[in-house]
Design a protein around this ligand. Structure first.
Ligand code: FAD
Length: 393
């Protein structure tokens, strides 16, 4: 039998960070994970370079049914606190874009740092450990696991969401929440590529590999980054971002000339080169292959510019400024970066992440109904929520 002050289930970003914090306070901590390899998701993150935080992170970059829930944890442990820790470990990093900080070298640096923090704090990390049963006792919790029984005062659930089952994702955390009477908000894949209906896919798959500047909008939210046509559908940062706001059956609107007025440009071209074909005029703004494929697809005839009279040039510009696409669905948890929904934050203290109805039980990281935008926000939530729980467990 193993008796410790704190058991953390899940050795991902949030679990490891929380364990190190609690260990530093002199608490004995055991982290248990069922995966063969610790930190698989961290190693894959940011294309292998881990976008570990965002310089502009604030509560406004998170989806959560309670808009104010994230404020306390994000202010108790900010992006600047984590950046200082990264600097302490001499990990070289850079801003890629929009405040997103990536390791210069490898995501391994972040994982090594977390493991070293746990090590220094005396927190043990055990992999390939299945938790079979959890019981509440007067003194805390008893856990039956594939590696023996554990007793603890505080139990932290840091088992993440459902994204990437190959990396160890499981619904374990949601089941524990339900076992103890907490509500779980419906879950779905977020930050995920769209799949297309057959009629769209037939045409757009030909554009595979083309990336365009675009603003994607849905449900009063817009992201101006870029989109990428793939052989399966549509991806790229603007698509991943808007996928978290999209509901099945809805259309997404893309502005494919987001930083200017395409009509103005075409009108100028019409005056200076009236005999030029529309496709050639558009090729000044888009890849030729894209223009050739897309004109017939959106039902625009390819004629010399002088033949677009009256409102017809405005209509051409509008077709690019307001391209409406109804996705068929998403690629789902197989490729999603995050899981929307999760443990209902109404049941948790925003200051400590402790369950309001069960003393000593905590939920941190992605298992909760808190989902960040693309850009380092999800890791910042793992650090902030892990930190605040780590101060009190
Ligand atoms: P996780 O990191 O998912 O950790 C959960 C842990 O719990 C895992 O180790 C898992 O094995 C374990 N576990 C699950 N079930 C059980 C069980 N039954 N018993 C025991 N253990 C269990 N976010 C960013 O901010 N920046 C990025 O660059 C970024 N890139 C990403 C790239 C990819 C491909 C993916 C999938 C996600 C990316 N994310 C990124 C999102 C980010 O990785 C997650 O939001 C973050 O890891 C969540 O941390 P967590 O500790 O809550 O959960």
């Amino acid at each position: 039998m193993n008796k410790v002050d704190v058991v953390v289930i899940g050795a991902g970003a949030a679990g490891l960070f929380c364990a190190a914090q609690a260990g530093k306070r002199g608490r004995s901590v055991a982290v248990l994970d069922h995966a063969k390899r610790i930190g698989g998701k961290i190693l894959m993150s940011g294309g292998g370079r881990c976008n570990f935080t965002n310089m502009y992170a604030s509560h406004e970059n998170f989806l959560c049914d309670n808009k104010h829930f994230c404020k306390s944890a994000l202010s108790q442990y900010t992006q600047w606190d984590f950046i200082s820790l990264v600097a302490e470990y001499d990990i070289a990093y850079h801003e890629k874009t929009l405040g997103q900080l990536f390791c210069d070298d490898s995501a391994k640096d972040i994982l090594n740092m977390l493991m070293s923090e746990c090590d220094k704090a005396g927190a043990t990390v055990t992999n390939q450990c299945d938790v079979l049963q959890i019981d509440k006792t007067d003194a805390g919790f008893t856990l039956q696991t594939s590696k023996g029984e554990y007793q603890c005062e505080s139990l932290v659930i840091a088992t993440g969401g459902l994204s990437m089952p190959k990396l160890g994702a499981s619904p374990f955390g949601y089941k524990v929440a339900e076992q103890f009477g907490l509500t779980v908000k419906p879950t779905r894949a977020g930050l995920v590529p769209f799949t297309l209906h057959e009629q769209d896919k037939k045409v757009l798959a030909e554009l595979s590999g083309i990336s365009l500047d675009a603003s994607a909008s849905c449900n009063s939210t817009s992201f101006n980054e870029n989109i990428l046509f793939t052989h399966r559908g549509l991806s790229g940062p603007a698509v991943l971002q808007i996928s978290s706001f999209w509901e099945p059956g809805e259309a997404v609107e893309f502005d494919l000339y987001p930083n200017g007025d395409l009509y103005e440009q075409l009108h100028k071209a019409q005056q200076s080169q009236p005999d030029v074909l529309l496709s050639n005029a558009l090729a000044a703004f888009y890849p030729k292959r894209y223009v050739q494929t897309v004109l017939p697809y959106i039902g625009i005839e390819n004629k010399p510019l002088k033949q677009y009279q009256g409102k017809s040039l405005i209509e051409v510009a509008q077709a690019f400024h307001q391209w409406q696409l109804k996705p068929n669905g998403t690629e789902g948890y197989r490729t999603a970066e995050v899981t929307l929904g999760g443990v209902d934050t109404d049941f948790l203290s925003s200051k400590t992440m402790e369950a309001k109805n069960v003393k000593g039980l905590y939920f941190i990281g992605e298992v909760m109904d808190v989902t960040g935008w693309l850009g380092g926000y999800n890791f910042q939530w793992a650090w902030s929520s892990g930190f605040v729980a780590g101060q009190v467990v």
